[in-house]
Design a protein around this ligand. Structure first.
Ligand SMILES: NC(=O)c1ccc[n+]([C@@H]2O[C@H](COP(=O)([O-])OP(=O)(O)OC[C@H]3O[C@@H](n4cnc5c(N)ncnc54)[C@H](O)[C@@H]3O)[C@@H](O)[C@H]2O)c1
Length: 257
């Protein structure tokens, strides 16, 4: 049986958990060999083993912090040694740190921008020469509805996500002639460990508030984001570039509550 990502090598950041793990599983089902990059070494290695056994694909778990250029460069070099190339890059790793812009410390602002935005630049810089040489490639940036709507005290996170969307547009224009597609996904509230941590910190009422924010009256699943990621990174989306696909249950259709 031919699968849509057979022969493709996909590198996914933040792959060990949440949306990244769901994208890894969806891509493995679709036949892609995987480079799984995360700071959580154990969970990442376990996922790599499970997906290889379940779907008969090759997997390479790499422990690296996307906020370090040295770590990213070393990881991508290891990926090249194992697989020769990266065909698909998914920039998914991020941290959720809020902060009142009237008092947010530099360290928090810098960590959000470095982990959530500059990380994508670091990864793209590392894989781009090979993609240009082969005249083929696909880059997917996981942004957020935070780039489209206003919430209290998420300025840094939203700025990073807005930066990813601007980068997506810029690079789609610049890299189109090299047959490299660059797209983004803006998820709504998705049931992941990131949001579980927010519920633990801010209270159970958040679940109800999040559900009400979406026209569909519920939060999303990582698998629903992964399905969109597979579409954008598959040959089915061969004429789609510079696009931000909102996977947000109609969140952006509703007025702010
Ligand atoms: N969950 C949501 O509601 C939601 C909504 C919109 C956008 N997003 C975006 O989706 C993406 C995934 O979010 P999630 O909810 O699955 O998060 P998560 O916290 O559940 O998982 C993030 C993964 O990234 C890894 N990671 C964190 N910092 C890293 C670093 N410096 N280097 C390498 N790996 C690192 C973590 O170890 C973890 O495995 C993020 O870009 C997030 O901003 C999430």
């Amino acid at each position: 049986m031919i699968r849509p990502l057979d022969t493709q090598i996909a590198l996914i950041t933040g792959a060990a958990d949440g949306i990244g793990a769901a994208i890894a599983a969806r891509f493995a089902e679709a036949g892609a060999d995987l480079v799984l990059l995360d700071v959580q070494a154990e969970a990442n290695a376990a996922l790599a083993q499970t997906l290889a056994a379940r779907h008969g694909v090759r997997t390479l778990p790499l422990t690296a912090d996307v906020s370090s250029s040295d770590a990213v460069n070393a990881a991508v070099e290891e990926a090249f040694r194992a697989f020769d190339r990266v065909d698909i890059l998914v920039n998914n790793a991020a941290v959720a740190i809020s902060g009142d812009p009237a008092s947010m410390p530099d360290a928090d602002w810098d960590r959000v921008i470095s982990t959530n935005l500059s990380s994508a630049f670091r990864l793209i810089r590392a894989v781009l020469p090979g993609m240009k040489e082969r005249q083929a490639g696909c880059i997917l940036n996981i942004a957020s509805t935070q780039a489209h709507r206003s919430w209290e005290n998420w300025t840094a996170y939203a700025a990073a996500k807005g930066g990813l969307l601007a980068m997506t547009t810029q690079l789609a224009g610049q890299l189109g002639p090299f047959n490299i597609r660059v797209n983004a996904i803006s998820p709504g509230a998705i049931d992941t460990p990131m949001n579980e941590r927010r519920v633990a910190a801010e209270g159970e009422q958040l679940r109800e508030e999040w559900a009400r924010m979406h026209a569909l009256g519920r939060t999303g699943t990582p698998r629903e984001v992964a399905d969109a990621a597979l579409f954008l990174c598959s040959p089915s989306a061969s004429f789609i570039t510079g696009h931000d696909l909102k996977v947000e249950g109609g969140l952006c259709c509703l007025p702010r509550v």
